[in-house]
Design a protein around this ligand. Structure first.
Ligand SMILES: [Zn+2]
Length: 238
């Protein structure tokens, strides 16, 4: 598997696919299965944890319980405190790599890679042979089993406290019997790695994105989080 994964991972790192023909960081590279949020948000690489929303459609720019908007220093401190709390919550979940048999160190860092329309990837691509089990990264609940144009066959899940949204895309198929609202244990089968949506046919992988759950519950519009540092356990199907 390693022989297969390394060239593919290298290809991904260079954002080099376009119908299987390698080239370097094209502006028109596939959007690669991003949840709909990524099409409408305006990522700010330097200010990842200071999640002031730019789209303005789903959340206010500052939390209603936070300091007044007239005090930028206090607002920054409040955002930093919120970010620290989120980091603690992510650590406490001891997330599992959501692909069976894959260790955290095998996932290349493509979070800030460019995709089409000048957007950024803001997700992890986990390379694995087609048919490899995709598993729940945390205990929690299935939010939605569905399909969309870029992601193909997708599953959204959340943790037990509904703080984060986990988006799994490009699945070959869904696990038998998996339905919206199902409860999950970490490692439970969600589906199988594939190439549905805009994944290159010769590079099966799981597009895995973690987002903060928006206050209004519109889980597909959450602010992305770089999850790689928080994937502590290798993937292992129950
Ligand atoms: Zn991806």
């Amino acid at each position: 598997m390693r022989k297969l994964l390394l060239p593919l991972a290298s290809c991904l790192l260079a954002a080099c696919w376009a119908g299987g023909v390698p080239r370097v960081a094209p502006e028109g590279a596939p959007s690669d299965g991003g949840a709909r949020v990524t099409a409408r948000s305006e990522p700010r690489p330097v200010a990842q944890s200071r999640d002031v929303r730019r789209s303005g459609s789903a959340m206010p720019a500052a939390p209603s319980h936070g300091p007044s908007s007239g005090d930028p220093e206090a607002a920054t401190a409040a955002n930093a405190a919120r970010g620290a709390t989120e980091i603690e919550a992510l650590k406490e979940m001891e997330l599992m790599v959501p692909v069976d048999g894959i260790a955290p160190a095998q996932i290349p860092d493509t979070y800030w890679s460019k995709r089409d329309n000048g957007r950024l990837h803001r997700a992890a691509d986990i390379m694995a042979p087609k048919g490899t089990p995709v598993v729940a990264p945390s205990e929690g609940i299935v939010l939605k089993v569905g399909r969309n144009q870029t992601g193909g066959i997708v599953v959204y899940t959340t943790d037990t406290e509904r703080r984060f949204v986990f988006y799994h895309a490009h699945l070959d198929r869904i696990a038998d019997g998996l339905a919206d609202g199902a409860t999950l244990r970490q490692g439970d089968l969600l589906g199988y790695v594939g190439t549905t949506g805009n994944a290159p046919p010769n590079a099966p992988h799981l597009h895995f994105q973690v987002m903060r759950m928006p206050a209004d519950g519109r889980y597909w519009e959450g602010m992305p989080v770089d999850v790689r540092p928080f994937l502590l356990k290798p993937g292992r199907a129950r």
